[in-house]
Design a protein around this ligand. Structure first.
Ligand code: PMP
Length: 397
């Protein structure tokens, strides 16, 4: 075998990838993906943006560019953040190749073998794997329907003195949970009190259904003196516009942003200038508000349909908080009536019935709750959602 680096010993291929191999079965209804619906992509707006990028600025769109990002896009992204209440200047952010790259750069810049970091239990699987690749020792902070439990978080910070805390405060993947306003303020106060860096990963905050969520930690940091110095914010166009563009961004204190930029230079030199010029034209063209309204309405209906179907068809056998945004329902098998309680076993039976979801255990860095599962309502239409949940009820027996 090859002389692989020792760091690879810390990571396994994701259980989710293994499951995805089974999804090719004909007729299967999948709630397993973490993707937006490709039918929602704004082809017209993106085509217009591509054409404008090539006609107005062919040199910039096709040439090498600055590692920090294409300046007109940095300006557009700063304005986008400002429209959501966060005071961000263009030079306070760098463009990244998806927010996934921001997470990788943070791992590179901050994690030594054995460094401690706190993440939510459950959290985004690729974050667990990415930080572990750099040797992080991850500590799991419990969540409930209102996001991370801040008393527990404070206890874990004092006990472990982590290098940083990674949170997805708004419609988390996989939890769908929305951190309450009061807890957001407390998280920022903890950052200052314990001089601990908080990473806010926020690819879903724009996907709210009825009412907007509380302001991001980044926006709220203006109200908690000193907290901005301890805050990193990662954003992405993936879930609202197109993941294939691979356009994300990171706002961070200047010293950290400089180190991340240096690492990015060795990683991909810069995010595709073609994608950046396209995104910049898209935002400048004023397409975003309409696109957001459209995706919110469609995903909101699907979330409602899935919630209603779960309550109707599975009743007391399943427990979940109705999501107010994002792409996911996070649910727990209650075992009521002596029914199956194990998410892995249930996933196998569900595939046999022609429906797929992801069991929840891999989303925990420690002490997994084996009764959990993640269902995405994003890519199936309402008829398919009802049919798929009906199949789930059958699989439960
Ligand atoms: N963070 C979270 C919480 C996610 O769910 C995802 C995508 N699944 C990402 C980051 C990465 O997204 P992207 O690289 O496409 O911006």
């Amino acid at each position: 075998t090859f002389p692989f680096a020792q760091r690879l010993d810390n990571v396994e291929t994701s259980a989710i990838r293994e499951l995805f191999k089974l999804l090719g079965k004909p007729g299967i209804i999948s709630f397993a993906g973490g993707f937006p619906d490709s039918a929602m992509f704004d082809l017209h707006g993106i085509t217009e943006a591509v054409n404008k990028a090539l006609i107005d600025e062919p040199g910039a769109a096709l040439q090498y560019g600055a590692t920090e990002g294409y300046q007109p896009l940095r300006e557009q992204l700063a304005a986008f953040m400002q429209s959501k209440g966060a005071q961000v200047a263009a030079d306070q952010l760098i463009v990244t190749t998806g927010s996934q790259q921001a997470l990788d750069l943070l791992g590179k810049c901050l994690v030594d073998p054995g460094s401690k970091a706190i993440v939510e239990g459950p959290t985004f699987l690729a974050t667990i794997q990415c930080f572990r690749l750099y040797g992080a020792e991850l500590i799991s902070a419990p969540i409930d329907g209102e996001g991370v439990q801040v008393d527990q978080l404070e206890r874990l910070i004092t006990e472990h003195k982590p290098k940083f805390v990674y949170l997805i405060p708004t419609f988390g993947n996989p939890s769908g949970a929305m951190l309450s306003l009061e807890r957001r303020k407390r998280v920022l106060e903890l950052a200052v009190k314990y001089q601990t860096l908080i990473i806010e990963d926020d690819p879903y905050g724009d996907l709210y259904f009825d009412a907007p969520p509380p302001p991001s930690l980044l926006a709220l940091s203006a109200q908690v003196p000193g907290s901005r110095d301890w805050l990193v914010h990662c954003g992405s166009l993936s879930k609202v516009l197109s993941p294939g563009l691979r356009v994300g961004w990171m706002v961070a204190p200047p010293e950290l942003l400089a180190k991340a930029t240096m690492c990015k230079q060795f990683s991909d030199a810069h995010t595709s200038t073609f994608a950046q010029a396209t995104a910049a034209q898209y935002l400048a063209g004023g397409h975003m508000p309409g696109t957001l309204a459209r995706v919110r309405a469609v995903y909101g209906e699907r979330a409602k349909t899935m919630g209603d179907a779960l309550r109707n068809d599975l009743g007391a056998e399943i427990d979940f908080v109705q999501p107010q945004g994002g792409l996911f329902v996070w649910a727990r098998l209650t075992g009521a009536g002596g029914k199956i309680k194990d998410g892995n076993e249930f996933a196998k039976r569900a595939i046999a019935e022609g429906v797929a979801f992801v069991p929840g255990a891999p989303f925990y860095c420690a002490n997994p709750d084996l009764s959990t599962l993640r269902l995405s309502f994003a890519t199936a239409d309402e008829g398919k959602i009802r049919e798929g949940i009906g199949r789930l009820a059958k699989a439960l027996g």
